[in-house]
Design a protein. Sequence first.
Length: 308
Amino acid sequence: MEKDLDVLAVGEVNVDLIMSGLCRLPEWGTEVLAGHMELRLGGSTANFACACAALGLKVELVAWVGRDAFGDFLLRELDHYGVGRRWVRQAEDRSTGLTVSLSGKNDRAFVTSLGTIDYLKAQDVPQEAVAAARHVHVGSFFLQTALQPGLAELFQQARAAGATTSLDAGYDPSEKWDGGLRQVLPYVDLFFPNEVEACASTGSTRPEAAAETLASLGPLVVVKRGAQGCCAHDGCTFYQAPAYRVPVADTTACGDAFNAGFLWAWMNGKSVPEALKFGNAAGALAATVGGNDPTVLSPAALEAFLAT
């Protein structure tokens, strides 16, 4: 079947209020100053979609926003970044989700008002969208509580239509680290947890062991480790790649940029070790600018970065 869409990104889009340049996180009853503030498009799935578009992939987003000023803002931002939004709908009974991102030099923390973030259900994903895509990606698994029950079936439909699939874990606010993840992973080609999420999902203390455990369920598991780089396991072989040192402005969307860089390389026939380098390069470039700014990403930018 002829595919006219490279990536279908399924999940959430929300407003990010990014407070960057923090020396530390505030404690109760105290106040810290941010060096900079921005209001931007956010959400793991939407960040990933924007990064994919910057890398030249044709991408559409399936998500909900509210019928409010923040929702209108997000629709304009998707247009600006070249992400298709014909399947982004505005809910009448929910406000647009919002995340306050507190970003320091080496890490970040988030406070989120869910709104439409956990509103999407599997039946909201049009079959025509799945049939049109070469690849289907779902972000923020643990936040997508309404999507979780139907996700295994959605991925099965994607595979039956000839698409590959990927999943980003995201942090589990309940810290139960379940949500049916192990029932979904057999239908996932690429699983993108970070090391905290991988270890918490398996009860392991080592990301290498966590990757091997998760890979035994079916997917190629790619574990993001921040300044430690990344590692991967395909069920037989373990891989790892060091991070690149860059001047860090903000780490808010680095993991989503990594996912897009890895996927771009993988979809273009690169080996796993090569794709890990492209993922690290995309994440490093994203760290050099504030907020979710995918304009630093392009195939030429990744190639030039790796060449130096």
